[in-house]
Design a protein around this ligand. Structure first.
Ligand code: CP3
Length: 354
């Protein structure tokens, strides 16, 4: 891949600080159940993890939303929970219920996990890197390929709770009972996921996103956002850049509030701030320097609603980010009940001549 072809990738250009009009767009969970062609492959693939570990199927579903909508970025099809699985934890996806893990409740389960440098971890994740290599070959040259992983706190909260819980009570109680063990688990995840992102970048990902989906629910104590989220994330970013100089990294700290979002830019070393739907994008942009890069903010429920409300929401994001580097996206993942026609409406509004 020549430098000149890379230079045409709009999402990469914005990640380097350029303001584009209209902004390039992609959607979190853009490959998913709202697409009939995804449901068809999903039914053939077996379990959800089988789909994640099959380069054939995973490549196909990653490409589906690019073919249909021409998004400017493709995100690798996988899940943040392949990492606990590769560490040796039992992970299943129960139809209609979400992920289930055998909970890590103490030292015994922690000691049973693979060490960060165990080659078996990356042997299990090898199909993911193969998917990245195939995607870079098959994607249009102008499409940015994004890799990703979960942030250590978010992944740890699933490992401890064994499932998604609304208030993360199990993980927060664990932090109270054995803070040293939580630190050790986070440290293991920092090391493994740093290597995981490096390998995705080496396989052909143009940039990566770190999902801190649980930034809104943290253990008690002084500045938990810095301690449990931003410090581990900045260690990962430093570690990735030590091996891949100039690596482009987006951090999405969902539920961290206006202040938390601004601190992502100020404290983690991220190139771009993923913005959830609860944040006032205009207020965030006024707080950040003009050179800061933002991404996201459209409420997934507005995409379900469609009609004039959707047009107004698209326009208001464009107004708040006019002349500033921004990547158009949702403020959280698209949901299965979203009509495909509303995605088309969103893109037509975004791309209409102004
Ligand atoms: O964005 C993409 O299109 C890339 C693929 C992707 C998936 N999960 C596929 C998926 C990405 C980037 C993720 C990230 C992820 N996974 C997060 C962080 C983002 C967020 O949503 O907050 C989290 C918390 C998970 C864990 C996870 N995986 C949950 C809670 C669930 C169940 C919820 C649901 O929508 O069913 C999953 C399953 C999952 N991951 C699905 C998809 C397409 C749906 C499962 C299916 O198709 O059967």
């Amino acid at each position: 891949m020549g430098q000149s072809e890379c230079a045409d990738r709009a999402v990469l250009r914005v990640l380097s600080g350029e303001a584009l009009s209209p902004p390039p767009a992609w959607m979190m969970r853009q490959a998913g159940r709202y697409l009939p062609e995804y449901r068809e492959v999903r039914a053939q693939a077996g379990s959800f993890l089988d789909l994640c570990y099959s380069p054939d199927f995973a490549t196909e579903v990653t490409l589906q939303p690019i073919r249909r909508f021409g998004f400017e970025a493709a995100i690798l099809f996988s899940d943040i929970l392949v990492v606990p699985h590769a560490l040796g934890q039992d992970v299943r996806f129960v139809e209609g219920e979400g992920p289930r893990l055998d909970p890590l409740s103490g030292r015994v389960e922690f000691e049973a996990l693979r060490r960060h440098d165990d080659p078996a971890i990356f042997a299990r994740l090898a199909p993911v890197f193969e998917t990245v290599r195939r995607l870079r070959r098959e994607l249009p040259a102008q499409t940015t390929l994004l890799g990703f992983c979960g942030a250590p706190w978010t992944v740890a909260s699933y490992m401890i709770g064994g499932r998604g819980t609304s208030d993360l009570a199990p993980a927060r109680a664990f932090a109270q009972q054995d803070p040293g063990l939580l630190d050790a688990l986070i440290d293991r995840l920092v090391k493994v996921q740093t290597a995981y992102l490096v390998r995705q970048l080496q396989a052909g990902a143009d940039a990566v996103q770190i999902f801190e989906s649980h930034a809104g629910s943290l253990p008690d104590g002084p500045d938990p956002l810095a301690r449990f989220s931003f410090a581990p994330i900045s260690r990962m970013i430093e570690g990735v850049r030590a091996q891949v100089p100039g690596a482009r990294i987006i951090v999405f700290a969902r539920g961290s509030g206006l202040d938390g979002h601004a601190r992502v830019a100020e404290e983690t070393g991220a190139d771009a701030v993923g913005v959830d739907w609860a944040v006032d994008l205009g207020a965030l942009r006024r707080r950040l320097p003009e050179s800061a890069v933002t991404q996201g903010n459209l409420h997934p429920d507005t995409l379900i609603e469609g009609g004039p409300a959707l047009d107004r929401a698209v326009d208001s994001i464009l107004e708040a980010t006019h002349g500033l580097p921004h990547i158009f996206n949702l403020g959280h993942g698209i949901t299965p009940q979203t009509p495909v026609a509303h995605v088309e409406q969103m893109l037509a509004r975004l791309r209409r001549p102004r």
